[in-house]
Design a binder for this molecule. Structure first.
Ligand code: AVJ
Length: 330
């Protein structure tokens, strides 16, 4: 799908949307292909239907899930320094913009005239962007509904006096990609930022297993609901007949791989259908639904360098749970 030309001279405060969402058949094709693999697996981007977005927001409030509030506190703490590092008149592009809570801190600090949120969840994108427009009446907002794990060309917004582009990728969403995929994404972000552009990216740090296990398998079972919602979504949207109560949420940190894995584990021998195709499950067999890779500061800076960035700044919290990297595109 190719973006249409952007209308010239956007009026401040007006929210525009572009819908580059892949068709529903893509979801079906990905699920059928993923369930046919020896290790069944479904990409984590499919968590985020309306219910999934709600459950993710609830995860962010959990005492065990430290990344969201830690990153938020880091951004608050470094806002002044960030503004000096980045400078004025920027186009702020955000991947996986979600509820846009962190965005508010940045818009305020940078006084950015133009904000381009990119997200796969169209309802969240519309609601959050409209709310942001109310808060910042001078701000131009161009929402892009798209799957940014696929190649994507953003519309050029030629008429605004923009000095540089800032690609904001918070939440450690990059952890959902393997290191090889993350490198490819960073190269793409480098292209999007352009020469002299900046990548501002939140990356969860490696830490002890107990903290990570609790963050991804909370005692209240909210993360379990978030994971299991994927099966409900398949039932709702793809005529699936998963008996969701016969699966359980499984999440653990693998220190050797430096990543959390989430799975949906079949409790017994069973089969389920999706769009008329049958899939069999042995007891204990899993559908792999997510990885969440953790990086030391040095590891992530190395990855950034390999993508053509110069890693110039890192902000962390006192407990060194989470890192926010500021990198300049060479
Ligand atoms: C949205 C990808 C950053 O990996 O921590 C939270 C999603 N999964 N709990 C993460 C998630 C389980 C989250 N990201």
């Amino acid at each position: 799908m190719r973006p249409q030309p952007f209308p010239r001279s956007p009026t401040p405060g007006v929210v525009r949307f572009y819908d580059f969402l892949p068709p529903k058949e893509t979801f079906l094709a990905d699920v059928l292909a993923g369930l046919a693999l020896p290790q069944k697996s479904i990409p984590p981007k499919y968590f985020y239907d309306e219910q999934g977005c709600r459950l993710f927001e609830a995860i962010c409030e959990l005492p065990e899930y430290y990344p969201t509030r830690t990153e938020m506190a880091i951004l608050h703490g470094c806002a002044g320094e960030l503004a000096r590092f980045i400078g004025p008149d920027v186009q702020l592009i955000e991947f996986g913009s979600g509820a846009q809570a962190k965005t508010r801190v940045l818009i305020e600090a940078l006084q950015a005239p133009l904000y381009v949120p990119v997200d796969i969840a169209i309802d969240t994108l519309r609601a959050s962007s409209s709310e942001l427009a109310r808060r910042f009446p001078y701000l131009n907002i161009v929402g892009i509904c798209a799957d940014y794990t696929r190649p994507l060309t953003l519309p050029e917004l030629a008429d605004l006096p923009i000095r540089r582009k800032v690609v904001f990728f918070p939440g450690s969403t990059i952890g959902n990609l393997t290191p090889a995929e993350a490198l490819a994404f960073l190269k793409q972000a480098h292209k999007t930022a352009g020469p002299g552009g900046i990548l501002l990216i939140g990356v969860d740090l490696k830490k002890d297993k107990a903290t990570l296990d609790a963050a991804y398998d909370d005692p209240g079972g909210v993360t379990a609901q978030f994971n299991l919602n994927l099966l409900h979504r398949i039932n709702r949207e793809l005529q699936g007949d998963f008996q969701v109560i016969r699966f359980r949420h499984k999440a653990f940190y693998d220190p050797a791989l430096g990543r959390v894995e989430m799975h949906l584990e079949s409790l017994d021998s069973q089969s389920a259908h999706v769009a008329g195709r049958r899939f069999d499950f042995a007891p204990g067999e899993t559908i792999h639904t997510e990885i969440s890779c953790k990086y030391s500061i040095a590891e992530f800076q190395e990855l950034g360098k390999r993508a053509g960035f110069s890693p110039e700044k890192v902000w962390t919290d006192a407990r060194e749970l989470f890192g926010v990297h500021g990198m300049v595109a060479a």
